[in-house]
Design a protein around this ligand. Structure first.
Ligand SMILES: [Zn+2]
Length: 209
């Protein structure tokens, strides 16, 4: 299944669907992973502006993916609403060239301003051509509908945690959602809901068989 992963910023997809990404790679599904902003403007002082880009590339190559598996746009962080039409046109071009069957992106219930733009334009671009599911970033939601579960093994969740370990610039800020306890805890919670060891949950916007 050709799968398009949409990440407003580096690390969003790893946090929301890192387990699914490892699950898809294990099953040799062709992936295209898009990042819209490397958040150069919010890099802590003293670090190079391309720090998050380099950390993201460490994730990509750590997973054994190649340069045809990702694309990075350089929109300014928290300014995606100024470029809504450009984001849509990027997605329409990807729709017409990559032709994904499954699109995975942020939730329409996500309150981060950049995530809202990507979520809306994702639905606008793919609503008639692909299945669309949305990943969970609990700190950005007031509600989340757990409609689809991807059962995971401990190894998948460990790989997800290891993907996030590449983001030293974020780990240095002690963000609680990067912690091992949170990553495994949420995966365990979602696993309990679907009789699996671990899981990730997704909202379903559209499902095409
Ligand atoms: Zn983000």
């Amino acid at each position: 299944m050709k799968t398009l992963i949409l990440s407003p910023h580096t690390d969003d997809a790893e946090l929301g669907c890192g387990g699914l990404i490892t699950w898809l790679i294990e099953r040799q599904n062709p992936l295209l992973w898009i990042v819209f902003s490397t958040a150069e403007e919010s890099i802590p002082e003293g670090l190079p502006k391309d720090t998050l880009k380099k950390e993201f590339l460490s994730v990509i190559y750590g997973l054994g993916l190649t340069e045809t598996s990702y694309q990075i746009f350089n929109y300014q962080v928290r300014k995606l609403h100024h470029y809504r039409q450009d984001v849509l046109e990027n997605l329409v071009q990807i729709r017409d060239t990559f032709k994904p069957q499954l699109v995975v992106g942020p939730s329409l219930n996500d309150f981060h301003q950049d995530h809202q733009i990507v979520a809306n334009e994702m639905v606008r671009a793919f609503k008639t051509t692909a299945s669309i599911i949305c990943y969970e970033l609990p700190w950005n939601h007031t509600k989340f509908h757990t409609q689809l579960f991807v059962p995971l093994k401990r190894g998948n969740v460990l790989k997800k945690y290891q993907m996030l370990a590449n983001y030293q610039s974020q780990l240095n800020q002690n963000k609680s959602y990067f912690s091992e306890e949170f990553i495994f805890g949420l995966a365990k919670t979602r696993g309990v809901q679907c009789s699996a060891e671990y899981a990730e949950a997704f909202e379903v916007v559209r499902w095409l068989l």
